[in-house]
Design a protein around this ligand. Structure first.
Ligand code: COA
Length: 172
């Protein structure tokens, strides 16, 4: 399954993405705001990629790439905890790809697909209040802020942070 948009391709994960994933998961911002556990070598990165390529669980995960260079990884977008019409969305982009609207385009595209094709009704998006760039992605993609969750998630540095809960409904 591939999803496209202007300057955007969301495609399934491939083993060949492992090296780029290893690099991405060593980025300080991703380590802090999108901690992925211990992915310290190529073999662990390959397992990470294969878990995301396997949609037999309750998630849908796609690699974010430039359609003109589909081998080169730019980011990740995924729907997690898909159950009974609900899901949560997560994303990151590599430093070189940031600031071009890519995360927003990927979130918007996967969200539209999930409402239309998966029949989801509500998708939640959580980010640390301090993560202003992620808040902009939520705002740009129509995820309305519903409140602040106090000390609700332990991020990469091991500390709990307040989070904004945003959500979109199929009827928004
Ligand atoms: C958050 C992240 C996914 C954004 O990716 P991106 O491809 O740059 O996103 P976009 O270009 O679509 O939008 C980024 C927005 O944040 C803004 N932004 C970037 N850095 C910012 C900062 N330090 N403070 C405030 N806003 C910031 C940009 O200006 C842009 O908003 P605009 O379009 O209104 O100008 C990326 O920075 C990232 O991967 N961060 C680390 C992991 C992470 O935070 N994941 C999300 C966890 S909830």
């Amino acid at each position: 399954m591939e999803l496209t948009g202007p300057g955007l391709l969301l495609r399934p994960w491939r083993d060949a993405d492992a090296a780029a994933v290893l690099e991405a998961l060593r980025d300080p911002a991703i380590m802090q705001w999108n901690p992925q556990g211990d992915v310290n070598d190529l073999e662990a990165a390959r397992r990470w990629v294969r878990r995301r390529a396997d949609w037999s669980g309750s998630h849908v995960s796609l690699a974010v790439v430039d359609p003109a260079a589909p081998e080169t990884l730019s980011g990740s977008v995924s729907l997690n905890r898909i159950q009974d019409g609900d899901a949560s969305i997560g994303y990151w982009t590599l430093p070189a790809a940031r600031g071009r609207g890519l995360a927003s385009a990927a979130v918007a595209r996967l969200t539209a697909w999930a409402f239309a094709e998966l029949g989801l009704y509500r998708i939640e998006l959580c980010h640390a209040v301090l993560n202003a760039a992620s808040c902009r992605v939520a705002q740009r993609t129509g995820y309305l802020v519903e409140g602040t969750l106090r000390q609700s998630f332990r991020y990469g540095d091991g500390r709990r942070y307040d989070e904004h809960l945003h959500a979109r409904l199929a009827t928004d």
